[in-house]
Ligand binder design. Structure first.
Ligand SMILES: Nc1nc2c(ncn2[C@@H]2O[C@H](COP(=O)(O)OP(=O)(O)OP(=O)(O)O)[C@@H](O)[C@H]2O)c(=O)[nH]1
Ligand SMILES: [Mg+2]
Ligand SMILES: [Zn+2]
Length: 351
């Protein structure tokens, strides 16, 4: 690795505006925000692992974040810039409500394989995640070389990806990659999400034009060995950056009615024509949704998928509310305790 010729430029306050390439528990890897292809530099975090946003709240930094870094020995991250978009998933953890998968993303690549058959429900789930983020979703169907009719399959997937471009690609023969390359304008940040083995890292390598991420194919014997285990921001030729992510078995949705409406724009439009505003689309008279299913206009699968994701989002919202309420109770307990302690004067013993 070559040493940078000069120390990175810092502003008046001695701070460097940097982009997070990788976020681990105790430290970050960052690059100068105006030189995203530069070698990444290790940067220390405060002990609690959190950084303040402009509004004062403290959050864990994530890949794609813009941070101000005090350049010294070692480097220290001091604060976070506001996120112009955030890809969030429900976190299974008990302490935080959601995990920010990547920040400041412009395009979410929903990567799904054509072989085995694409899972439409998963595409719908990831599209909802993408719409929620504020970034633009694009579906990339991989392994086009393994199926006889990739375009026909892409057309089927396009039916569940309303308002979203769908590209069938192969990294083996390069088919279909040009429209994906067309997304890579300077300064654009993309993230690839999708199941393990879909070919996200292979796609990243194809777009980068060199092997930046290890893929399952890197070793003849390595079935699953090179599965991606951490999120990483990779510079691509031409000034775009792409975050490769590990494939996860199930991505929990964070409640987002608008995002669901965007993904299921067809169902939402039908539901608006039901006789009753609170129609559950079960056995009510004048239900436009059931009528569409019966006439074959709306696939039963699509309705079931919408119900499933809507239920899940509602459950997640209730759980988030409960956690919020618990956190609020704990806060008031502290506030009143400190108040009583204050009444007893400084140095008063704990009760
Ligand atoms: N035939 C064919 N195989 C592909 C294509 N893209 C990826 N593969 C193969 O699919 C396997 C998985 O590819 P990866 O790129 O490692 O998949 P991934 O999505 O990064 O997987 P995780 O890191 O586990 O999430 C590898 O054996 C690749 O060679 C393609 O376009 N055509
Ligand atoms: Mg990978
Ligand atoms: Zn209805």
């Amino acid at each position: 690795m070559t040493e940078p010729a000069a120390p990175p430029p810092v502003d008046d306050g001695g701070l460097l505006r940097a982009r997070v390439v990788r976020a681990d528990r105790g430290a970050l890897l960052v690059v100068p925000d105006d030189d995203l292809g530069a070698p990444a530099h290790r940067t220390e975090l405060p002990r609690d692992g959190l950084l303040p946003l402009p509004d004062g709240s403290r959050v864990p930094p994530t890949v794609g974040d813009v941070v101000d870094v005090r350049v010294g020995d070692p480097w220290h991250a001091v604060h976070l810039h506001d996120r112009r978009s955030a890809v969030v998933r429900d976190s299974a953890g008990r302490t935080s409500l959601e995990q920010v998968v990547a920040a400041n993303i412009d395009v979410v690549l929903v990567v799904e394989h054509l072989d085995p058959d694409p899972d439409l429900g998963r595409v719908e789930r990831l599209l909802t995640l993408a719409w929620r983020s504020g970034a633009r979703p694009v579906v990339v169907l991989t392994k086009a070389d393994l199926v006889p009719d990739p375009q026909g399959m892409a057309a089927e997937v396009a039916q569940v990806a309303i308002g979203v471009d769908v590209h069938a690609v192969s990294v083996l023969d390069g088919a279909g990659l040009d429209p994906v390359r067309a997304l890579l304008a300077p300064g654009v940040a993309l993230v690839a999400v999708g199941p393990s083995g879909a070919g996200k890292s292979s796609l990243v390598n194809a777009l980068a034009g060199r092997e930046v991420m290890a893929t399952a194919a890197s070793r003849a014997d390595g079935r699953g060995r090179h599965t991606t285990t951490h999120r990483e921001l990779v510079p691509l030729a031409g000034g775009a950056v792409l975050v490769d992510t590990p494939g996860v078995r199930g991505v929990g949705l964070v409640a987002a009615p608008d995002a669901l409406d965007a993904t299921f724009a067809d169902v939402t439009a039908l539901a608006a024509r039901c006789r009753f505003v609170d129609c559950a689309h079960a056995a009510e008279p004048g239900c436009a949704v059931r009528e569409a299913v019966e006439s074959g206009d709306l696939p039963e699968r699509r309705l079931a998928s919408w119900r499933k994701l809507a239920r899940e989002a509602a459950y997640q919202a209730r759980r988030a509310d409960a956690r919020l309420a618990a956190a609020e109770r704990a806060r008031w307990k502290r506030v009143t305790r400190d108040y009583h302690r204050g009444l007893r004067g400084p140095g008063a013993p704990r009760p």
